[in-house]
Design a protein. Structure first.
Length: 364
């Protein structure tokens, strides 16, 4: 034992105090986790593109990451400059069409609708929607200061996300090696193997999301084409891609499809535009529930080697507790925790750390 080394009891005290201090600091800065996680997710999504550019152009990872990052950033800025003004004009036109559609529905709902012989009065439904829209789109004077404060904080967190994304994309190799070397030398090979297995889980999850998008695009397109929805192919493809944005994406898909149905009607079904809009919304609800309950858990579960029931419960819990960001990462995060838990269990039981030989490949 070294002359100046701490005795075991003092080491335990320091370790406990250090853990308590770390937990306190993490709790105090908990608000920063969301932009940091968002940055990690963006870097993860762009990683395959970085690898592709690096292989095709025979560049080091940092050079390829710089090309991808600044290209994507330039594209986003260009879209904001060129598309946003046009989008504002389209939004005004959309609101005008929406008001016209609401006026049409208001006339239809003035009279009761017979449902299984029971009169249902929906006359107050449209005014309630108009009131909700007005409160949401036009802030009250007392809300302006709060809106400015929220926007300023959001801009700062956005800058944090962008800067962190850049450094994760360009410096990940160095950061990864630094994190691995924090472990004792005797555990370094185990940490590398854990990283390799967790990396495969996240890559598998990304591939599963791509498969899910393609399958949903085909399903939505086929279903809406069968009932004669105008632009079914475009709306179906959009529905598939918008599924990547949990909660918001499916809701926007439903609004677009129902509005198109209400304004244009069916290509061949002999029903009114109002009833066709209800039919389109009903088809969407059926398909969305099928996706949520069966298709999404099954595809994503297979991609990360988890039971679909566990995936379903995890997604629902993330929706209720964490929102969009939680839904995006809950499945691969749970699978990663399972990998680490399996490793810890083997070490506690004195078993071999892994079933397969330790991999030395850690390149992304």
């Amino acid at each position: 034992m070294l002359k100046n080394s701490w005795d075991s009891s003092f080491r335990y005290i320091v370790m406990i105090l250090s853990l308590m201090l770390l937990v306190g600091i993490l709790w105090y800065i908990r608000e920063v986790f969301q932009p940091l996680i968002s940055a990690g997710l963006i870097a993860y999504l762009l990683s395959p593109l970085v690898n592709f550019v690096g292989k095709r152009m025979k560049l080091q990872r940092k050079a390829a990451a710089n090309i991808v990052f600044f290209t994507v950033l330039a594209v986003i800025i260009s879209l904001l400059v060129t598309v946003v003004p046009s989008l504002l004009g389209e939004t005004r036109s959309f609101l005008q069409d929406l008001n016209a559609l609401l006026d049409q529905y208001q006339l239809q709902f003035n009279n009761p609708i017979q449902v299984m012989g029971i009169p249902v009065f929906l006359g107050g439904f449209i005014p309630a929607i108009r009131g909700t829209m007005g409160d949401t789109i036009i802030p009250q004077p007392g809300q302006v200061l709060s809106l400015l404060q929220t926007t300023s904080r959001g801009l700062l967190w956005f800058l944090v996300t962008i800067v962190t994304t850049y450094h994760l994309m360009t410096e990940w190799d160095r950061l990864r090696e630094w994190l691995i070397r924090l472990a004792p030398d005797s555990f370094e090979d185990d940490i590398r193997q854990l990283y390799a297995e967790i990396k495969q889980v996240w890559l598998g999850y990304l591939a599963g999301q791509v498969r899910l998008v393609l399958i949903l695009a085909v399903i939505y397109t086929a279903a809406w084409s069968l009932i004669g929805l105008p632009g079914a192919i475009i709306i179906g493809l959009l529905a598939g891609f918008l599924n990547l944005v949990p909660e918001l994406g499916p809701g926007l898909t439903a609004v677009i499809a129902v509005l198109v149905a209400g304004l244009e009607g069916s290509n061949f079904l002999p029903i009114s535009n109002g009833w066709f809009a209800l039919l389109t919304g009903g088809v969407y609800l059926v398909l969305n529930n099928f996706k949520t309950i069966y298709l999404q858990p099954r595809i994503l579960g297979k991609s990360v080697f988890l039971h679909e029931g566990v995936v379903f419960v995890a997604i629902i819990a993330a929706i209720m507790l964490q929102g969009v960001l939680g839904v995006l990462i809950v499945v691969p995060l749970l699978a990663s925790i399972m990998i680490i838990g399996r490793y810890v269990r083997r070490k506690l039981l004195g078993l071999k750390s892994f079933d397969e030989p330790v991999s030395q490949k850690t390149n992304r």
